[in-house]
Write a protein that binds this ligand. Structure first.
Ligand code: A3P
Length: 285
């Protein structure tokens, strides 16, 4: 643990943004509305990219909103004090975001028709992305080496707990019609088809030229330069020199960072923890 984080029910949270009382209250009493759209991810899976795409679909490609309002106000994080306050006061259809594992998410989700989009990403790339992120941000204990972070990651001793439990927990809802699973890998491979799929899921009809705008304004390069989306507007005490949310934006960067021995050790644990899972869900398998 570190001065920056807190432990709630055995799971590490960024301590500056939330409180145990809020997490309790949220799970038991937060009302998910049928007209809500919720982006749920394990951190570093492409959360902010999906937020950008959803916002742009809602604005039919008009970038005014994404260029004038920070992403955490457009699609507030349910589990943060800041986001929770916005959502509580908000009338009508809301869009929101969460990294919560399913057992800590508001229980009302189970009886709600809210649309949930869950983004998965190869955990090896999630690990590498998380390693660089946590080292540059003052939100959790900073690992000294990738080896050390891998150890924490495989034990679930990182922000929002175990990747394996997060993914298995949320994917238990995958047969529901109000639940869409996307992968970072598919988003990279064929962004247009994925945007069209999201439009269909949300019941939004966009013209081809509006889809072009969504693609343009949610591109890696555009997001990297958009201060409303690249986290550069976070309070100074959250970030350190050289931080960038949009780091590389590629598939398979883990191959540049894992040693052969690390890759083998990771695979062994992965196989054990994901035993019995249909591989067709995971494009990296
Ligand atoms: P890398 O660190 O591998 O570059 P999250 O939003 O869940 O924190 O995920 C962050 C990861 O998504 C980062 O991965 C970031 O570069 C990548 N990402 C964000 N926006 C992207 C975009 N428009 N296209 C591709 N990757 C993007």
């Amino acid at each position: 643990m570190s001065e920056y984080s807190l432990l709630f029910e055995g799971i590490i949270f960024p301590g500056k943004g939330t409180k145990p009382e809020l997490l309790c209250e949220l799970r038991d009493n937060f009302v998910v509305k049928d007209e809500d759209t919720i982006t749920v991810t394990y951190p570093k899976s492409g959360t902010n990219w999906l937020i950008e795409i959803i916002c742009l679909i809602l604005s039919k490609g008009d970038p005014k909103w994404i260029q004038s309002v920070p992403n955490w106000d457009r699609s507030p994080w349910v589990e943060t004090t800041h986001g929770n306050k916005i959502l509580k006061d908000q009338e009508g259809p809301r869009i929101c975001t969460s990294h919560l594992p399913i057992h800590l998410f508001p229980k009302s989700i189970f009886s709600s028709k809210a649309k949930v989009i869950y983004v998965i990403r190869n955990p090896r790339d999630v690990l590498v992305s998380g390693y660089f992120f946590v080292r540059k941000m003052n939100i959790a204990k900073k690992p000294e080496t990738l080896e050390q972070y891998m150890e924490w990651f495989l034990q679930g001793n990182v922000l929002f707990g175990s990747w394996f439990e997060h993914v298995r927990g949320w994917l238990s809802l995958r047969e529901r019609e109000n639940f869409l699973v996307l992968s970072y890998e598919e988003l990279i491979k064929d962004t247009r088809s994925m945007v069209e799929k999201i439009c269909q899921f949300l019941g939004k009809k966009l013209k081809p030229e509006e889809i072009d705008l969504v693609l343009h304004y949610s591109s890696f390069q555009f997001m990297k330069e958009n201060k409303m989306s690249n986290f550069s507007m976070l309070p100074e005490d959250f970030i350190t020199e050289g931080f960038s949310l949009m780091r590389k934006g590629v598939v398979g960067d883990w191959k540049n960072h894992f040693t052969v021995a690390q890759a083998e050790a990771f695979d062994k644990i992965y196989q054990k923890k994901m035993a019995g899972y249909p591989p067709k869900l995971f494009p990296w398998e």
